[in-house]
Design a protein around this ligand. Structure first.
Ligand code: ZN
Length: 139
């Protein structure tokens, strides 16, 4: 089966969240329950009756690949509040805190560990810095 997503001609600027700070604050409000190392259930922002499933893959090069069941993610959007909530939750289990950045330069300036949450295409991802914790090993 080859079901290609319909790509519109116009620039797709809406795949990245505009306000990462607000999104991160929103993500902090959401309950994220860890099912296993790669899977979390995160409550929906839009409906108190709904949950979203987030799966997270950590690559050796510091790239993170995340999927979510919400409409934003299904439309190619990166870093929805559920993914952010899930990543925060996983980081918290290691005593670490995350910050999210649009630009690599901003992330690198923090002098913390830098991760990259990849998007559907190059340049559509979001940079993450991870601070705190006693160990730098990711496992
Ligand atoms: Zn989502």
């Amino acid at each position: 089966m080859c079901l290609k997503a319909q790509s519109s001609q116009g620039a797709k600027d809406n795949v990245k969240p505009k306000n990462l700070k607000r999104l991160q604050a929103q993500g902090k409000e959401l309950n994220a329950n860890i099912v296993n190392r790669h899977t979390l259930v995160v409550e929906s922002t839009s409906s108190p009756l709904a949950n979203h499933i987030v799966t997270v893959e950590y690559r050796a090069d510091g790239t993170i690949h995340a999927r979510c069941t919400c409409p934003w993610a299904l439309n190619g959007g990166v870093a929805c509040s559920h993914v952010i909530a899930a990543l925060e939750r996983l980081a918290n289990t290691k005593g670490r805190t995350l910050s999210f950045w649009h630009r690599k330069e901003d992330a690198e300036r923090q002098k913390h560990r830098v991760l990259y949450l990849e998007g559907l295409r190059d340049g559509e991802g979001v940079w993450i810095t991870s601070r705190g914790g006693h160990t730098f090993s990711e496992n």
